[in-house]
Design a binder for this molecule. Structure first.
Ligand code: 5AD
Length: 451
């Protein structure tokens, strides 16, 4: 059977989609190749959120296809996901080595289409159609990845987005919001527990919009909070997380869930995008900085030790120095633990791309550097406050940077590196934090479970 290599660009949802495709192909008898060069099938699961992500995937495809032509010459190349959705057949025209283009509602068709291509029944296949119920198809997992149990499991609870932020391509690439039934999500989490998972992260574009049109509020609880309760009730799951919520419609029921559900980790990634109300309005975000700050206040009242991270865009069209200054002020006021920061990237067919006041790359670069400085300084201070404390971590495996050491995550979502070994894998254990590095903590095991 052929071997397959899948490279993923972009968000955790893309990672999850790739895993579901890999599981589907493994089920069909494919094995996972160690590298793109040795694979019979190479799939790039793409991201369209910024132009850079698209250019990276296109560049990678060009490079891999050229190498393949020079060597064995018969690998099958394909694009999956957001860029596949938005560029469609154009990708095959521009890069004739590409033989499969699979949109965001068609991941579950990967094995069937590859069969067609492998057996030579078709030269190329492009499928970017919409499909009712496609949100229910991202459910298979690779139970082991490279021999490692997945201690932390990611589960997709919905697809699409109806918010139409003016900068964002996602509603066009991922379609309208569609949610999975609670029972199916819970069943998937149960299966993951059987496979060794102890933590689950629920994934969606705007998770707090989960099933809001399909399911009613019950006892003042939104469908998403009902889902959190159902997932928390799964025996064997020790920790529950989710990403990302939207500040708009972030109800008190969700804030209260942090205080009420012991498995729900005190960590929240809440994209703020800008600290200027004028820009937030142009972005079509649906909240003000005052409302955002109020939400942060409520979350910190519910869980004083909550870890808070965010996304910020600099250089949105028309952003003045004053607007940007307000973003810096907001960052200083909230004191995020960390932030993902982006230069605004005009995306095709989005309203912001046609707005007046597009800024030069120099201005964006300069603002990004200044924001990075503020976020990094505050982040380091926030990490520093953990030093000397005893914190619970879930051990995930060898550290990415130095595989001789081990790493786990605190409940507030900070990575802790420590001297560990295989016997720590999947353990919830206390560590004494001894020092902090760049967005990393170092610690010594305090009490070893089972010792
Ligand atoms: N330019 C820059 N950043 C963007 N994001 C989304 N669209 C754009 C864009 N056009 C960022 C937002 C979002 C994150 C996933 O990517 O901050 O929260």
């Amino acid at each position: 059977m052929p071997t397959v290599f899948i490279k993923t660009y972009g968000c955790q949802m893309n990672e999850r989609d790739s895993e579901a495709v890999a599981a589907q192909l493994a089920e069909r008898g494919y094995s996972l190749a160690a590298s793109a060069q040795t694979a019979d099938v190479v799939l790039l699961n793409t991201c369209s959120v910024r132009d850079l992500a698209e250019q990276k995937a296109i560049g990678k495809m060009t490079e891999l296809a050229a190498k393949n032509r020079k060597t064995k010459g018969n690998a099958i190349f394909g694009y999956l996901g957001c860029m596949a959705q938005s560029r469609g057949a154009q990708l095959v025209q521009d890069q004739p080595d590409v033989r499969l283009v699979l949109g965001t509602q068609k991941f579950h068709r990967a094995a069937d289409y590859l069969d067609e291509l492998v057996q030579g029944r078709q030269r190329s296949i492009v499928d970017t159609e919409e499909e009712v119920g496609s949100q229910n198809t991202i459910k298979e997992h690779l139970t082991t990845l490279g021999g490692k149990t997945q201690i932390t499991s990611f589960v997709s609870i919905m697809q699409g987005c109806n918010q139409y932020c003016t900068f964002c391509i996602v509603p066009y690439t991922r379609g309208q919001e569609r949610s999975r039934p609670i029972a199916e999500i819970v069943e998937e989490v149960r299966r993951q527990v059987v496979n060794g998972a102890r933590e689950v992260t629920l994934l969606g574009q705007i998770v707090n919009s989960y099933a809001k049109r399909e399911l009613p509020f019950i006892d003042g609880k939104s469908p998403f909070v009902q889902l959190l309760e159902a997932v928390s009730a799964v025996e064997g799951i020790e920790r529950v997380r989710f990403t990302s919520p939207h500040p708009k419609g972030y109800g008190d029921d969700l804030v209260e869930a942090y205080a009420r559900l012991p498995k729900l980790c005190q960590s929240a990634h809440i994209p703020v995008q800008s600290g200027s109300n004028r820009i937030l309005k142009l972005m079509h975000r649906g909240y003000t900085t005052e409302r955002f700050l109020e939400l942060v206040g409520k979350l910190r009242a519910a869980r004083p030790d909550i870890g808070l991270t965010t996304d910020i865009i600099v250089g949105f069209p028309g952003e003045t120095e004053e607007d940007f200054d307000q973003t810096l002020t907001l960052a200083r006021e909230v004191r995020f633990d960390n932030a993902y920061m982006f230069k605004y990237s005009p995306r095709r067919d989005t309203p912001a791309a046609a707005m007046e006041g597009q800024l030069s790359d120099e201005v964006k670069e300069d603002r990004l550097a200044r924001l990075l400085n503020v976020i990094n300084t505050i982040g380091a201070e926030r990490y520093e406050t953990c030093v000397g404390r005893r914190m619970e971590i879930l051990v995930e495996g060898p550290s990415k940077r130095n595989p001789l050491t081990w790493s786990g995550r605190t409940r507030c979502n900070k990575i802790v590196v420590f001297d560990g070994s295989n016997r720590h894998l999947g353990q919830l254990m206390d560590v004494d934090i001894t020092r902090n590095g760049s967005f990393t903590l170092y610690g010594d095991p305090a009490i070893l479970n089972g010792d």
